[in-house]
Design a protein around this ligand. Structure first.
Ligand code: COA
Length: 388
């Protein structure tokens, strides 16, 4: 009973497939070539040579920082890395089993309540807000994680970098150079990724001219779904399921036969291997160079190879994505699976803020149309007469 007829130019794009809704110069996902650029730089180069702080500056301010700019930026980030007492009290009231992303969504909204000027929209104030949100995110996540593990919360240290501090606040130990660099690379390569679901959410919410806390909190909600940021944890579950099943081949045959999805594979934009997965795989090889035949890597390698053949035989361009190897990397950093999706948020928070700042320079309310398929002009029946 469709009432709404589409004009010739109007096409319904469910899931917004192939739809271009805005311009951006923050990042570009070249799905055909399997490349990802931040402000024009290949992520491989940034992962090889840049720090978290440098790449965050690049995304937020549009260019790589010179020495003094980087110093000032890193100093501000550290200044804003104090424990948010009121927000932490709210987190402490949540049930112990609360997922870190759910706690972060709550905490970002709460941080907005404790900021006396959340609504200011001048560029400088927006950057200040972004820095506060970026600095507070790992603190909130680490606090939630430690509470989840039954440990007391640790404050950030002044003498550590952003990535070092994150690992320190999670474990209580200052990480060695290799672990700190591994976390830094993980954060760098997941900072931004075009108009993915959570970034689109951040932009859509920010386009109403609400504050940055509301927009980033909503983005965390979008990230928490298994089709987006939750897949790294699902990969761990898949490994456990395969272990229980006993044999990866028959597990996958059964999964494919029942129309199930291999977690950590497939992407809306990439028609090639996700370049972030390539970096994670190399990082994993480096971190496990002294391990003798690690079971999880063997199983993941088998899954990737067998699934690739399965998809190739059907002409489906489905490859491993960013979430396929990341969990195995995080495990080597001593982190439990419950935090895996939240590490994604600790990185992506930078991209969300960069997109909000970009949007505010030329804001336009995001307001798409829908095609109505329900009835119209129904006769209202009073409650007393219904069901007779
Ligand atoms: N395993 C098995 N089949 C897959 C698949 C996967 N991981 N990803 C996609 N497909 C198949 C679908 O079953 C569908 O097949 P069909 O046309 O025969 O029905 C086809 O490929 C298109 O899938 P669809 O889910 O419509 O594509 P999408 O563009 O919406 O997919 C994802 C993108 C990420 C949602 C999807 O690949 C997925 O669910 N992957 C697993 C979750 C994941 O790893 N998410 C992290 C993303 S970074």
């Amino acid at each position: 009973m469709a009432q709404d007829t589409l004009s010739q130019e109007q096409v319904i794009r469910r899931g917004m497939d192939e739809l271009v809704v805005d311009t951006t110069s923050v990042s570009w996902v070249d799905g055909q070539q399997g490349r990802l650029y931040y402000r024009g730089f290949r992520i491989e180069d940034l992962a090889k040579s840049a720090s978290f702080e440098e790449v965050a500056y690049l995304l937020l301010c549009g260019e790589l920082p010179a020495g003094q700019q980087l110093q000032g930026f890193s100093w501000k980030l550290r200044q804003l890395s104090h424990t948010p007492e009121k927000t932490i009290r709210i987190i402490q009231e949540l049930p112990r089993h609360t997922a870190p992303l759910a706690a972060l969504q709550t905490a970002l909204a709460a941080l907005g309540c404790t900021d006396p000027k959340p609504k200011y929209s001048e560029e400088e104030t927006l950057l200040g807000l972004a820095l506060r949100i970026i600095a507070q995110t790992p603190i909130i996540l680490a606090a939630t994680y430690r509470l989840h593990q039954g440990n007391s919360i640790l404050p950030a240290r002044d003498d550590l970098t952003h990535a070092q501090n994150f690992l320190y606040m999670l474990s209580g130990r200052v990480p060695d150079e290799e672990a700190a660099r591994a976390m830094e690379i993980a954060l760098i390569i997941q900072m931004d990724h075009g108009f993915n679901s959570s970034t689109f959410t951040a932009r859509a919410v920010a386009s109403t001219l609400t504050n940055m806390y509301a927009a980033t909190s909503a983005a965390v909600g979008a990230l928490s779904g298994p089709l987006h940021g939750g897949a790294s944890e699902e990969v761990v579950q898949m490994l456990a399921d395969i272990e229980e099943w006993g044999d990866p081949k028959s597990y996958l045959d059964n999964l494919f036969a029942s129309g199930g999805k291999v977690m950590g594979m497939g992407h809306r934009v990439y028609k090639q291997t996700d370049p972030r997965a390539v970096i994670f795989e190399k990082l994993l090889a480096q971190l496990t160079r002294n391990e003798k035949s690690p079971k999880d890597i063997q199983t993941l390698g088998y899954v990737a190879g067998y699934a690739r053949e399965h998809f190739a035989a059907r002409n489906q361009p489905i490859h491993v994505n960013v979430d396929f190897w990341s969990g195995a990397v995080y495990r080597r950093l001593g982190i439990q699976p419950v935090l895996f999706p939240a590490i994604f948020a600790a990185a992506r928070i930078v991209g969300w803020c960069a997109h909000i700042i970009e949007l505010r320079q030329n804001n336009r309310l995001y307001r798409p149309l829908s095609s109505y398929t329900g009835p119209v002009d129904l006769k209202f029946v009073p409650l007393a007469e219904r069901g007779k």
